[in-house]
Design a protein around this ligand. Structure first.
Ligand code: ZN
Length: 138
């Protein structure tokens, strides 16, 4: 159970993601991806209600098929909702650490080195050269 609650490491690692696209682009992509999962969760909910509606007054075989559709749509919806919350939470956790504590510059830093298997990155402020560690772990 503990592994299910712990956020999965980024596929490429935080440092590589920041180096490739920059923090602001990474953050924008995380928000877009998370909200795409929210749309999928909503569509799954619509599919659940459509299958429930279709099973009213249907033959037993059709009701069983619709039950399978309901369970499948509910499983996809639950996964999509969980993924939405995970991506949004991780983006916000990282965004809350993106401000330089010395000069207050937000989101303008360069990666110095990756840490802890990709979950953390040591970064350096582009304005004042202050260094700090950004982590995607809660
Ligand atoms: Zn700074």
């Amino acid at each position: 159970m503990k592994n299910l609650l712990r956020p999965a490491p980024l596929p490429r690692g935080l440092a590589e993601a920041f180096s490739r696209a920059g923090f602001r682009k990474w953050y924008e992509r995380e928000l877009l991806s998370s909200h795409a999962h929210l749309v999928l969760a909503f569509l799954s909910l619509v599919a659940v209600f459509a299958a429930l509606e279709a099973s009213r007054g249907a033959a037993t075989a059709d009701q069983l098929a619709n039950l399978v559709y309901v369970l499948l749509s509910a499983a996809i919806g639950a996964w999509a909702l969980r993924r939405y919350l995970f991506l949004l939470t991780r983006a916000e956790i990282v965004a809350n650490q993106a401000q330089c504590q010395d000069c207050g510059e937000y989101g303008r830093f360069k990666v110095v080195s990756p840490r802890t298997g990709g979950d953390e990155a040591e970064v350096c402020c582009r304005r004042c050269q202050h260094r700090w560690v950004i982590t995607s772990l809660a």
